[in-house]
Structures are given as structure tokens and as C-alpha cells.
Unconditional design. Structure first.
Length: 150
């Protein structure tokens, strides 16, 4: 197995372990009926986020590594567009998602009763809107990597 093939293998595994769980992060918290369930759902979500971060980092590093080993990749449209979209999606995390999730984290810590407050649903709706955009970008990147249209 060549080093390039090894990087490609790690790249594919990283996509499965890094991106796959990210698509489940919204449904995990959607069915919570009370604050205890919601807190537990966000605990699970945070654990999954670790896989997403590690897999996402490996995905970027292996993708760049393959580009370094085969510089001609940087002349193909699908590779360049995929890289730009991937970096854009990664930037959404700290620039958009983190600020949108902060009030939810505070609410999870401080809300005194078991009833999920209406403010949570409004905050979650805004957060999930941007998470869906990010997931859509990741899905587009996956499609570009598979079909290599240009």
C-alpha cells in the first residue's frame, strides 16, 4: 500500500467517524421531554462532538496531505471547491455555532425546573438552522469528492 493510499484510507475513515456523527447531533436533542432528558441529550451531543472534531481535523490534514503528494489535485475544480467549502464549514463552528450555543449551555446549567422553557426552543431553532447549513455544506463536499464533476 502506498503512502497516498494509506492517507486516502485514513481520509475515508475520518469522514465516516468525523462527519457521520455530526448529522445525528440535532435529532439527539429533539425528543427530550424535560430538562433532565435535555441535559443528558446535550451531554451525549458533546461526547459525539469530540469524534466530529478529531475526525474533522484528520479529514483536513489527510486531504491536504494527499494534495501535497499529488499537487495536480490543486488544479482540479472539485478538489479546490471542496477544500474551500470544507474550510467555510469549519469556520461556521467558532464564528456562528459557538455563540449561538452559549445561551443554551447557560440555560442548561441554570434553569431550575424540569419543564423545558419556551426560550430554549427559540434558541435551539436558531442554532439548528445554522447546523443544518453546515451539514448541507459537508454533504456537498462529500458529493463533490465522490463524483468529481469538474
Amino acid at each position: 500500500m502506498s503512502f497516498y493510499s494509506f492517507l486516502l484510507f485514513i481520509h475515508i475513515i475520518s469522514a465516516i467517524l468525523g462527519l457521520g456523527p455530526g448529522f445525528a447531533m440535532i435529532p439527539i436533542v429533539k425528543n427530550a421531554k424535560n430538562m433532565t432528558e435535555l441535559r443528558h441529550a446535550y451531554f451525549i451531543r458533546n461526547r459525539i462532538h469530540i469524534f466530529v472534531m478529531i475526525g474533522g481535523t484528520l479529514l483536513l490534514l489527510t486531504g491536504l496531505g494527499m494534495g501535497i503528494l499529488r499537487p495536480s489535485l490543486f488544479t482540479t475544480g472539485w478538489f479546490v471547491v471542496s477544500l474551500i467549502l470544507y474550510l467555510l464549514a469549519l469556520a461556521i463552528g467558532p464564528i456562528v455555532l459557538s455563540p449561538k450555543s452559549r445561551p443554551i449551555k447557560e440555560l442548561l446549567k441554570e434553569h431550575p425546573t424540569e419543564e423545558i422553557p419556551d426560550t430554549y426552543y427559540e434558541l435551539a431553532k436558531r442554532l439548528f438552522f445554522y447546523e443544518r447549513i453546515e451539514n448541507g455544506i459537508f454533504l456537498l463536499v462529500i458529493i463533490l469528492m465522490i463524483i468529481k464533476p469538474f
